[in-house]
Design a binder for this molecule. Sequence first.
Ligand code: MG
Length: 203
Amino acid sequence: MKLPINIDQIKGFIDPDEGEALYRYSLANCKDKPCLEIGSYCGKSSVYIGTAVKINNQILYSIDHHKGSEEQQPGEEYFDPDLINQNGDGIDTYPFFLNTIKISKLEDHIKPILGDSVEVAQKWNQMLSMVFIDGGHSEESAQNDYKFWKKFIEPGGLLIIHDVFPNPKDGGRPPYNIYKKALDRKEFEEIELIKTLGILKKI
Ligand code: MG
């Protein structure tokens, strides 16, 4: 894997092993159809996926309202003061995201979609080779991302979920809950779990 930039300079929560897996699975699977991620933040995961889809001459759609998730707001555990918005009452990651895809020369292969995942899904009409869920960590956000996007994954396509913690001692429940739901309902089968990156294949 050769990334177009030094990935360590990009803010984000994707571990290098998880990033390498995103690249590898995107390269192998996102060939005939575009793929999509929910939760762009500053574009770290987008660079891993985007570098792979560029090789395949494909597109990554990247959805985010760019206002940060619950735990990234001022005063919360994952707040980063560099990201404060103009009003000083929240964060704005959009300029960071745009800069990431620009310096990576991935603008022709990563299409930002500024908005709410559910609202975008309600107007969506295109099948996808892979969906990567890395959005809000509330139970409602995670469940909605699963519920509204799974139908757009082609049979044999991938659903990848970040922040999956099988042991409650290690982290929050919602991403694990949708991972488990996908398996329990036999809508997806497990390929592997790389650190907290859960990789599933649609049946
Ligand atoms: Mg995450």
